[in-house]
Write a protein of this length. Sequence first.
Length: 321
Amino acid sequence: MAYILLTIGLALLVKGADYLIDGSTSLAKRFKVPSLIIGLTVVALGTSLPEFVINIVSALQGTTQVAFGNVIGSNIANTLLVLGVAAMIRPLKIAHSTVWREIPFSLLAALILLTISNIPSASGPRPSSLTRIDGVILLFFLAIFIYYLYDTASKNRSNLVDEQADIELLSSRKTALYIIVGIIGLYVGGNLTVSGAVSIARGVGASEFLISATVIALGTSLPELITSVRAALRKDSDLAVGNVIGSNVLNIFLVLGTTAVITPVELPRGINIDFTFLISSSLILFIFMFIGQRHMLKKWQGTLFLLGYTGYILLSVTRGL
């Protein structure tokens, strides 16, 4: 049964990604908004829904270590796995604003989470959980990010480039339908995929930490993976990269912030090892933008990302079994 759920989930993810990309790119053309902004908002939010739903359920059930591992593991997978695979398919041309604004914003989100997860408290040298106040802090930075996106969209609306000339302009009703059906497909497919994968993992005796940081995180990153891969095949680098960066920011500020407001999120032991991978991946992505051809993520760099993700999975397996 678990394998059937996994198969159905993957099929829904593929089709959902197709509909979401078609609808969102049509929306970008209709309102003269660059694909990058749509990737950072509509697509990123849609592909973050699995993380959001799983974290809310985890918070309500009291299994908040799963919620924390899901966000950290998903963000690592987004950068190292998703961008790595997309770059292997086709070198990605990164927009100037992404290099100097969105990527640093993603790095800032990781650094803020690292800071509030390690501030000494009265109960010990480091906190045992993210409190509701920490959740409010994360949501405050979410508001700043949303304002930045609004301001960026307003300033760039008149600067739509000719690369959108070949995008099919759907009717308003069809555009909305595609986006809604795509998000639902990603949401349902992501949950079925995770349910099947978790059942399989537990069947072979894997630990809860290993499940949350690898299987669940990988499952909830599948929408980003499929969306970015298909965007790369369509030569839409802005959407491929914007989807990942926007999702990483939303996972920390929106998903984890909301979870912490609902209930304190327990911090797993040894979490700074995962923070090392999380922060290093964003930092290395930024550095790669200035090696060789500027503002390009090349195939050899994508290969290094995939090797880095493999290393993270192997380390997680060692710690989690």
